[in-house]
Design a protein around this ligand. Sequence first.
Ligand code: GDP
Length: 438
Amino acid sequence: MARSDDTIFALSSGAGRSGVAVFRLSGARAHIIATAFCGEMDRIGQVYIRPVRDPETCDLIDKGVVFLFAGPASFTGEDMAEIQLHGSLAVIASLSDALSNQGIRPADAGEFTERAFRNGKLDLAQAEALADLIDAETIKQHKQSLGQLGGQLSEVGQRWRQHLIGCLAPLEAAIDFPDEAAIPAQIEARARPVIEQLIAELQIFLDQSRKAQRVRKGVTIVLLGAPNAGKSSLLNWLAKSDIAIVSDTPGTTRDAIECRIELAGVPVTVIDTAGLRGATDDAIEQEGIRRALAKAAKADLRIGMVAADDPGGRDTIGENLHAGDILLWNKNDLKPAAGLAISLKTGAGLADFLVQLEAKVGALCGSGEEPALTRARHVYAVEAASMALNRSLDALQQGPEMAAQDIHIAIQSLGQITGDVGVEDVLGEIFASFCIGK
Ligand code: GDP
């Protein structure tokens, strides 16, 4: 068990005034320091209510709750202490200063979790999921991060590796006994279906990964349409507030305005854009239209809006809607329209539209319940493994040595998901994205 002599502390309950502030200490001196502040504690895990005093001045900082964890049965795997005080800014500042004066150091972002990873308390996919759980804002993000934290992706990754390790042993035996002519054919017959099946399974995960990543990162929807179609009114209705200026002066929305809402259990960013007009001399408006189309092209979903009394607005949207996008007819009160029709003035059709919108967003995302490649890092690892396995299928005909080499590469690549191998250079980046105190 790696034990660090460098003891760290952090306010883990988040900055600012709060009912209770939670300080965590981790490292070889955590218990000694906690004892210096709170007095002798002879039982691990026992909750003590104690005066907390600055050991240097004996000044009372607060009365608080304190308890000790002994490594390796702690979150970081090291000795830890937790001190809970009243969450006033003055109390927090006093304890932080007094802890620093004892020669222990404020933790870097994610440092507790990085220590937990290095001490084998959780793997890299689980560490990432912990960051996702802390960042989770919606129901599906909550489910997805809890599942990954529980190890569901890690288990799949380990199973894949075990299959490949099972394939390797006979191949490596064949390398050692090259004279046994019968071995390669038998081995190929055993290895090939396992590898083929694994390639197919990896492909399913790759195919689903965009949907899974949308749960984690959210979905972007762009509103497109002619000026006065009602895009700003729709944005305000979705946001349930007056974010965008609604005006009957065409061209009021020159640049994109965004709001963030929750639909189908995922975060959704809705972007209102400059109205589309075929011909305009106004350079600012032209730039607005260029940006609108660029944002629409990158979005996960587009809503093309047409005012029922201005059906020519459909032409300005033109080919910028993709298959599966929504064409929405507004101002149904002025003129009835065929298709999905609403009136933002009277509210007609809005409930049905919302049901359809939620269904579309839901279809763009995974359920958040199944194990999934939730990060680009996982996708790269699986793509690399899949490429190596495809090469190994060709190599099987040439001989066991080449095939074994490619299977080794696939095992290594899959090991990156859980951080078993080859991740040292990305660890800094991963843990730096955590908050302080986690
Ligand atoms: P945008 O230019 O596409 O963002 O459109 P706005 O949301 O600014 O709306 C343009 C004008 O149409 C405003 O005067 C709105 O009040 C009006 N408007 C929006 N929706 C409706 C509707 O359903 N019916 C009617 N009659 N007017 C609407």
